[in-house]
Design a protein around this ligand. Structure first.
Ligand code: MG
Ligand code: MG
Length: 626
């Protein structure tokens, strides 16, 4: 499809926006009028810049408060339109977006609206321009696409068509099924926007909280397939009003934008294939998302001093040192199916945007059947592949760069849970027998602390590239501000990430970010079968846990019906508890070490599917009181 984006969706000057849009591979733009009004140059000069970048101006917008007006206002608006048409001709924009009237002067008379739009289309036709009419969700008398379509039908002019915008339809919970019955050639333009489900005024919601398809909660794929079923073959465009995008570097936003369209097209393609095998328009067809089957390893970047600290720490956690890398200053630790790699190579920090002190996570390994196919999917979805230098007798482990600079390695399932490492590491048999094992089995989840402008980027990256689906978005209270937390997981729940964002500058999460440059592993949760046994073992090894207030347990007893023995056991061990209809979650947090990173030990009972987020405030308050 012809892929387009509204200039309002990006930060920067108009010139910078156009360059970012072109670099991300878009075909065209919707020019937002404010961007032109403040542009230092003429419409003709803009036309030249746009053409040099290989873009087209697909739409000029918005033209407001036009239809259903008393005669005097209508005449004045026609004059206003002629001036806009002059500009459009000069810049080479073929279509104007006329949005439904919000003026108190507008009368509720579809026949009048149709007649006036007919006149506007007639004026446009004289210059071979077109007019698209869009129902705004807060339009005074026209707020639904069905109403706008009725007016367009009545106006009956070849230069007047309908503009659809998923936000307006889905925010009002209007049924998009009727779109499939509209003749495709009468739909002139399609704007796609997603959004989180928020209970707020629709105008504020629309102007501040839209997001790219795949980042929000709307069924944007369902909406898009209705438009395709109508036979629409025009531009697929993004019109995203988002406060955070307005300040995010525009190159990153433009890549997210393109990824969202590719994701949308590929999902719609799959959904349509069943009902309508013959497509009228080419939809992006990437390699399928790789089914992930678990987290294979976590790699820490460390300097020489922190590598020694980390060695003590992970051994207290019950890990054994398994071996040394054949050619690098890299050590492998293992417990159960958990592999930790501590990379003390001088260049280990250069991989991410981390500062070169302390310890941080620089790479994650995920298992899948076909690592090369996984990388192909990722690059098709606009992620960068990463090639590490490979020494003699070492395996090449395919990798891609995650947002923020960390690496995601794809490890072949055929190697078995621990098979990768035999090739690259010289195993130390002597250390293998050390008996400090605490019963930790698997990596349960990895929690990331992200800068506010990275959350949507990560939701889309994990969805489109890794096939992880986002769960509920929660707001948690840190003593110094709110944390927004969202889990993403694969269908079989063997790969779970938790995306945490601080809404305040003063929380511990925010302070960790300022050290690491925004976007880093915040904690690592390790799963065991018996948390009391494991916690006792870890304590005996010297691991220190965050103390939990006695009041927490008194309160827990009032909220959840628990056996008194279990409650007292948890109180004694400092174990936190959460219950859902599906099962229970018992967990405990270690004290953090340099850089702010810490571990969580967790036991899942039944089909509990969350992360004990309700208990995070107990941890954050305790950490704050240390
Ligand atoms: Mg719109
Ligand atoms: Mg956690």
């Amino acid at each position: 499809m012809h892929r387009s984006i509204a200039t309002v969706s990006l930060s920067g000057t108009l010139r910078q926006k156009l360059e970012a849009v072109a670099a991300a591979g878009f075909d065209g733009i919707e020019l937002f009028e404010a961007d032109f009004i403040n542009f230092k140059g003429t419409a003709k000069e803009l036309r030249g810049i746009v053409a040099d970048l290989g873009l087209s101006i697909d739409l000029y917008q918005p033209f407001r408060d036009f239809e259903g007006m008393p005669e005097a206002q209508f005449r004045r608006s026609l004059e206003r339109a002629e001036r806009k048409f002059d500009l459009m001709e000069a810049m080479g924009a073929p279509m104007v977006l006329c949005c439904s009237n919000t003026s108190p002067l507008c009368v509720d008379d579809p026949a009048l609206a149709a007649a006036q739009l007919h006149e506007l289309a007639e004026r446009a036709a004289r210059r071979n321009l077109r007019v698209g009419f869009e129902a705004l969700a807060w339009g005074r008398h026209t707020s639904l696409y069905g109403q706008a379509w009725n007016i367009v039908k009545q106006a009956d002019h070849a230069h007047l068509g309908l503009i659809l915008d998923s936000f307006h339809t889905l925010s009002l919970k209007d049924d998009p099924a009727g779109i499939a019955d509209i003749p495709g050639e009468r739909i002139f333009f399609l704007q796609m926007a997603d959004a989180p489900l928020l209970a707020m005024d629709v105008l504020q919601w629309a102007r501040h909280h839209r997001s790219f398809p795949g980042q929000g909660d709307f069924d944007v794929v369902g909406f898009f397939t209705q438009v395709l079923r109508a036979g629409y073959t025009g531009p697929l465009s993004l019109e995203i009003f988002n406060d955070i995008f307005r300040e995010t570097p525009n190159r990153r936003t433009a890549v997210d934008a393109m990824r969202s369209l590719l994701y949308l097209e590929s999902e719609a393609r799959q959904r349509l294939a069943a009902v309508q095998p013959q497509q009228r328009v080419e939809l992006f067809n990437p390699p399928p998302v790789a089914a992930l089957s678990g987290l294979s390893f976590i790699e820490f970047a460390a300097d020489d001093a922190s590598a020694i600290t980390l060695d003590t720490l992970v051994r207290q956690l019950g890990f054994r040192r398994i071996g040394k890398h054949r050619s690098k200053a890299v050590t492998l630790y293992r417990q159960g199916e958990i592999n930790f790699i501590v990379n003390a190579q001088p260049d280990s920090f250069a991989r991410g945007r981390f500062e070169a002190h302390g310890t941080s996570v620089c790479a994650l390994g995920v298992r899948c059947a076909d690592p090369l196919a996984a990388v192909e999917r990722a690059t098709a979805m606009r992620s960068k592949r990463h090639d590490s230098p490979v020494g003699p007798n070492e395996l090449r482990v395919p990798a891609v760069v995650a947002p923020g600079g960390n690496l995601i390695h794809f490890v072949a399932e055929s190697l078995g849970a621990n098979g990768l490492y035999e090739a690259d590491f010289v195993l130390e048999d002597g250390v293998l027998t050390a008996d400090n094992d605490a019963g930790l089995q698997q990596i349960d989840h990895v929690a990331l602390g992200l800068a506010l402008d990275q959350l949507d980027t990560w939701v889309l990256f994990t969805r489109a590239v890794l096939g992880l689906e986002p769960g509920e978005s929660l707001e948690l209270a840190d003593p110094f501000g709110l944390i927004r937390s969202r889990g993403v997981a694969n269908a079989e729940r063997s790969v779970r990430l938790v995306l945490n964002v601080s809404l305040s500058q003063r929380t511990r999460t925010a302070r960790t970010l300022s050290v690491t440059g925004g976007g880093a592993v915040h904690h690592i949760a390790l799963r065991c079968d018996d948390i009391f046994e494991t916690a006792a073992k870890l304590r005996a090894n010297g691991t220190r846990f965050v103390p939990i207030s006695n009041n927490y347990y008194d309160d827990l007893a009032t909220r959840i019906d628990l056996a008194p023995e279990l409650l007292e056991r948890m109180r004694a061990a400092g174990v936190l508890f959460d219950r859902s209809p599906a099962g229970d979650y018992l967990h405990i947090y270690t004290e953090s070490f340099e850089g702010g990173l810490f571990f969580e030990v967790a036991q899942r009972v039944g089909s509990y599917d969350a992360y004990g987020a309700l208990n995070a405030p107990a941890r954050m308050a305790s950490q704050a009181q240390d």
